[in-house]
Write a protein of this length. Structure first.
Length: 612
């Protein structure tokens, strides 16, 4: 059997923030891929604005470096469970994985998630302990943790015999000895060349290519990115696209692209083992196979995890609709959601009875909030409802998604966390006291119990706690109340601008969400109540002017600072009878029914129905 000794295909997988993207940067720089005088940004692979701001990878990306005579194709994957759909597909394109683990934090929920997917695909694992330069690094213990995780996930003997490198991606160094670092990352390059299997060279057989990612270009339309599993292809060749439903479409390959460094370059031909992009067919989708017309043989379909969370997206119909956005109509919103479906395979968009309302399902809160954030930056106005979990039937039993949550907190807060997660139907799996005042706890918690939990968790741990969670599976639906907001809200009764005087009258009733001088409307949520019921307030009231002088007039009055919600916090805060209004300039919370008397009548009707 021939193999391509000049090529290696590898994916970098890790928990979020363990240093994957920084490591790829260093491999790019040290391989001589960039010219000496070329300016390269930090985290060069994260080229999307939101990725840069948040320091996370959202979209899987591919690059390639040269090391000696060998070309190494590197796939950088997301670390968040919400983008797990990206990780699974990427693993189909590679022969090995570089598992990056923080030398202090050790194995985290996402480490388990991505490693489980890699082991299932029978890929060859290599382990890199990153951030070895940290004072609190504990390499020996973390290697043991990684080994335990491999065993727990059912790794075979070959996979258990993984090589380990110790690295500091930020310093661009690596070595095989945890005690001292080499001056460069040669060790890592050698480890990849020596351990990752080379692709099979079956270029003489009929061509076969599977689409694992989609790209879009205004001139070329959709572009399918994936791996050539066998054969060769050249620009101008006639080919057949075998779609997921079994239908076929003949087309001519108009352009082929290869990857080197951060650039996508036009190429004339590609062969077995290459990662390429193909243009020429418009309605191409993830998981579909391209092959010659005379030898039509589809590859097995890619399995993509189903969405676990859904939200209602609506046209903005608030009193301020159309003031701040460029795109506000249902036609524009629908076009944008359909465009998202072109490249995001984990997303579902369904029409409802109303032409202005859509049900949008995704892999988690972060997945959906990134879509909403992108839309508002592009000039769209919309409203969204509270996220809800998707319940489905498993073996005849209605089941709901469950998350594996890992909590790192100072010892004194363990009681609070156990109590609050217990109320949310959380089941404790493990508890380890690290001996340095920190405790790590593992829980299985229904996904709906974690919606909106982050804010409460931060308050309970005074900001010292770390919470990570990833999708684990489905369990029968838990009965009774699971999670949800405990507090009521302060709702505006008037249209107008907020005044310091009006705000100070209600300060002791709760926490305000708006600053003085903000324009508000009746039915808009302006704060959180200290009690569990909603309260209608007037914070547009101006102080009555009189001609009587007061001895205390000059006293300086200080107001409490309002709590300005981010998009994620606003989505987490929502209740069933509320919407989040999102525009390019503002994030507002509002009641679905703006009129106070209509709202109260509806609440009474619901209470009566519940009693019956």
């Amino acid at each position: 059997m021939n193999i391509r000794k000049d090529l290696r295909n590898i994916a970098i997988i890790a928990h979020v923030d363990h240093g994957k993207t920084t490591l790829v940067d260093e491999l790019l720089k040290q391989s001589g891929t960039f010219r000496e005088n070329e300016q390269v940004d930090e985290r060069a692979m994260d080229n999307n604005d939101i990725e840069r701001e948040r320091g996370i990878t959202i979209l899987a990306k591919n690059t390639a470096v040269r090391y000696g005579d060998t070309r190494i194709n590197i796939m950088d994957t997301p670390g968040h469970a919400d983008f797990g759909g990206e990780v699974e597909r990427i693993l189909k394109m590679v022969d090995g994985v570089l598992l990056v683990v923080d030398a202090y934090e050790g194995c985290m929920p996402q480490t388990r998630f991505v490693l489980k997917k890699a082991l299932e695909q029978k890929l060859t694992p290599l382990v890199v302990l990153n951030k070895i330069d940290r004072d609190m690094a504990r390499p020996e213990e973390v290697v043991d943790e990684v080994l335990d995780l491999f065993i727990e996930l059912g790794a075979d003997e070959d996979q258990l015999d993984f090589p380990v490198a110790y690295a500091s991606a930020i310093n661009g160094t690596a070595s095989e000895d945890p005690a001292k670092q080499d001056d460069n990352m040669e060790v890592l390059f050698e480890m990849i060349i020596n351990n990752v299997p080379a692709p099979i060279d079956n270029r003489d057989e009929p061509f076969q290519f599977q689409v694992t990612m989609l790209d879009y270009n205004d001139y070329l339309g959709r572009i399918g990115v994936g791996r050539v599993f066998r054969g060769t292809i050249s620009t101008g060749d006639q080919a057949t696209l075998i779609k997921r439903d079994g239908s076929k479409k003949n087309f001519r390959v108009t352009k082929l692209f290869g990857f080197m460094g951060l650039k996508r370059m036009e190429i004339d031909s590609a062969q077995a083992g290459d990662l390429i992009a193909i243009a020429g067919v418009e309605d191409i989708n993830v998981g579909e196979t391209i092959c010659p017309a005379e030898h039509q043989e589809p590859l097995p379909a890619l399995r993509i995890d189903e969405p676990t969370l859904q939200m209602t997206f609506l046209v903005n119909n608030s009193p301020f609709a159309g003031r701040e956005g460029d795109y506000v109509t249902s036609r524009k919103l629908e076009e944008r959601l359909m465009t998202q479906l072109e490249t995001d395979v984990s997303l579902r968009v369904e029409h409802t009875d109303s032409p202005d309302v859509w049900t949008v399902s995704g892999r988690g809160e972060l997945h959906l909030s990134i879509l909403i954030e992108n839309m508002r930056r592009e000039g769209y106005e919309l409203q969204v409802s509270k996220p809800e979990v998707i319940v489905k039937e498993v073996d005849g039993v209605m089941s709901e998604p469950v998350e594996r949550a890992q909590v790192d907190v100072p010892e004194e807060y363990t009681g609070n966390i156990m109590e609050s997660l217990g109320e949310r139907k959380g089941e404790m799996l493990d508890m380890v006291n690290k001996g340095d005042g920190q405790v790590r706890m593992d829980f299985l918690v229904p996904s709906r119990g974690l919606i909106g939990y982050t804010t409460e968790f931060m308050a309970q741990t005074k900001g010292y706690g770390i919470l990570n969670h990833s999708f684990d599976g489905y369990q029968p639906v838990h009965t009774g109340q699971v999670g949800g907001r405990r507090q009521g809200v302060l709702v505006s009764m008037e249209n107008g601008k907020t005044t310091p005087y009006g705000m100070m009258q209600v300060e002791d009733r709760g926490t305000l969400f708006v600053e003085p001088g903000t324009e508000i409307y009746a039915g808009m949520i302006v704060g959180e109540h200290t009690r569990d019921n909603d309260l209608t307030v007037n914070i547009t009231k101006a102080k009555q002017q009189t001609n009587v002088r007061s001895a205390t007039k000059e006293t300086t009055v200080t107001m409490k600072r309002p709590r300005i919600l981010t998009l994620e916090e606003a989505l987490e805060f929502l209740n069933d009878d509320e919407y989040c209004e999102v525009t390019p300039e503002s994030i507002r919370l509002r009641k679905k029914i703006l009129d106070k008397s209509t709202r109260e009548r509806e609440e009474k009707r619901k209470k009566l129905a519940a009693k019956q």
